[in-house]
Design a protein around this ligand. Structure first.
Ligand code: NAD
Length: 379
C-alpha cells in the first residue's frame, strides 16, 4: 500500500502530517511513502530529509491520485480527487462541519477523524488533541510574556525588587496544565480554575493555587473526562465570581472548551476593563469562538490598555515540534489500523469491532457512518 503526505493547504497551516522519522516507521512496516515536494518545509523538514528516509517526492496531483492512504493535519476541506478505496486520516472537524463530512462520503473515500480518538490508555500515543493542546499551552504563555510590559519572575536586585507577574489560567485541561507549568518555569505567581473539581490536585501539584468558586456544577464532567456544557445562569455566576481574580491578574490565559460546542464566554469586556493597564489576555479557545468577549481570532486587539491575543492555530506557531508530535500520533494510529497483516493487504480493513476504529471512522463506502455526525446532519 502507498501512503501519501500532501502539503497542507489551509491558510496559516505550517505543520506537516508526517516528519522524516515517521516515514522511516512506515517504510519499515512495508508501506511505500510518497511526499508532496515542499510538504515539510514550513516546519523545518527538507525534501532531502524525506528522501533520505526512503520516501519519493511527487507533485500534489500525483500524491492525491496514487495514494491508498492520505495522512494529513487537516483532512477538511477534502483534497480534490478522492476516490473509493482511499482512506484519509486527519483533523476533520466532524462536529463543527458535518456537511463537509457528507461531501467526503460522496467521494467513496473512508475518512477517520483524529479529534474523535477515544481517551483510553491504549490510544494515548494516538491522541493528537492532547499533543496539540500541550503545544498551545506552552506557546500561549510565551505570547503573553512577550506582550506584557513586565517580567514574569520575582527579582531582587540592587535596583530594587521586581514583583512576579500574576497569571490566571482558566480551564486546567491539557493546555491549561501545560500553561501552568510554563508560567511557573518563568517564575510567575499562578492561579487556575476549572469547572471540573477533579483537577484541583493537578493544579496544586504544579505549584499553582486552585481558585475555589462556590459554584454548584452538577455533572461537570462526562465519562470521557471532558467538561459538560452548563446553562447560561451558571456561566453568568462564574463570570461574577471570577471578576475579582481577573482584576488582580496581569495575564489571563483561557483554554475552556466543551467538545462539539462553541467555547463559553467567560471573560467579558467589563472584566477586561478591570485588569491593570498593560495586562494581557491570551485566548487559546479562539478556534472555537473564544472565551473572551473581545476576542478576534488571529488579531491583536488592544482594549483600554489591555491586549487580547487569540491565535486560532497555536500549534502552527511551533511547527517543528507540533509536526513531530502529530507525526507520532498519526503513524501510531495507522500502524494500529494496519494490524497484524500490515502492509500485505490491498486496502485498509476498517473494522467496527475495534473501539479505536469505530470511534474515529466518519465515512465508509459512500456513507457517513459516525452516529454523532449522522445525528447532526439529520437536524
Ligand atoms: P478541553 O480542551 O475540551 O477543555 C479544556 C478545559 O476547559 C477542560 O479542563 C475543561 O474542564 C475546561 N472548562 C470547560 N468549561 C469551563 C468553564 N466554564 N470554566 C473553566 N474551565 C472550563 O479538554 P482537554 O484538555 O482536552 O481534556 C480534558 C480532560 O480529559 C483532561 O484534563 C483529562 O482528565 C482528560 N484526558 C484524558 C486522556 C486519556 O485518558 N488518554 C487524554 C487527554 C485528556
Amino acid at each position: 500500500m502507498r501512503v501519501g503526505i500532501p502539503k497542507e493547504t489551509a491558510q496559516g497551516e505550517t505543520r506537516v502530517a508526517v516528519i522524516p522519522a515517521g516515514v522511516a516507521t512506515l517504510i519499515k512496516a512495508g508501506l511505500q511513502v510518497v511526499v508532496e515536494a515542499g510538504a515539510g518545509s514550513a516546519a523545518g523538514f527538507t525534501d532531502a530529509a524525506y528522501t533520505a528516509q526512503g520516501a519519493t517526492l511527487a507533485s500534489r496531483a500525483d500524491v492525491l491520485a496514487s495514494s491508498d492512504i492520505l495522512l494529513q493535519v487537516r483532512a477538511i476541506p477534502p483534497s480534490n480527487g478522492l476516490h473509493p478505496g482511499q482512506t484519509v486520516i486527519g483533523f476533520a472537524d466532524p462536529l463543527g462541519s458535518p456537511q463537509a463530512i457528507r461531501d467526503v462520503a460522496a467521494t467513496g473515500a473512508a475518512l477517520l477523524s483524529m479529534e474523535l480518538m477515544p481517551r483510553i490508555t491504549r490510544a494515548q500515543s494516538m491522541d493528537a488533541l492532547s499533543s496539540m493542546a500541550t503545544i498551545a499551552g506552552y506557546k500561549g504563555v510565551l505570547l503573553a510574556a512577550n506582550h506584557l510590559p513586565r517580567m514574569f519572575p520575582m527579582l531582587m536586585t540592587a535596583a530594587g525588587t521586581v514583583s512576579p507577574a500574576r497569571v490566571f489560567i482558566v480551564g486546567a485541561g491539557v493546555a491549561g496544565l501545560q500553561a501552568i507549568s510554563a508560567a511557573r518555569r518563568l517564575g510567575a505567581k499562578v492561579e487556575a480554575y476549572d469547572v471540573r473539581p477533579a483537577v484541583k490536585e493537578q493544579v496544586q501539584s504544579l505549584g499553582a493555587r486552585f481558585v475555589e468558586l462556590p459554584l454548584e456544577a452538577a455533572d461537570s464532567e462526562d465519562k470521557g473526562g471532558y467538561a459538560k456544557a452548563q446553562d447560561e445562569s451558571f456561566y453568568r455566576r462564574q463570570r461574577e465570581m471570577m471578576l475579582k481574580v481577573v482584576a488582580g491578574s496581569d495575564v489571563v490565559i483561557t483554554t475552556a472548551l466543551i467538545p462539539g460546542k462553541r467555547a463559553p464566554i467567560l471573560i467579558t469586556t467589563e472584566m477586561v476593563e478591570a485588569m491593570p493597564p498593560g495586562s494581557v489576555v491570551v485566548d487559546l479557545a479562539a478556534e472555537r469562538g473564544g472565551n473572551c468577549e473581545l476576542t478576534r481570532p488571529d488579531e491583536i486587539v488592544v482594549h483600554k490598555d489591555v491586549t487580547i491575543i487569540a491565535p486560532s492555530n497555536p500549534p502552527s506557531l511551533v511547527p517543528y515540534h507540533a509536526s513531530q508530535m502529530y507525526s507520532k500520533n498519526i503513524t501510531t494510529f495507522l500502524m494500529h489500523l494496519l494490524g497484524k497483516d500490515g502492509a500485505k493487504q490491498s486496502s485498509l480493513t476498517l473494522s467496527a469491532d475495534d473501539e479505536i476504529t469505530r470511534e474515529t471512522l466518519l465515512t465508509k463506502d459512500g456513507a457517513v457512518v459516525h452516529p454523532r455526525v449522522v445525528d447532526l446532519l439529520s437536524k
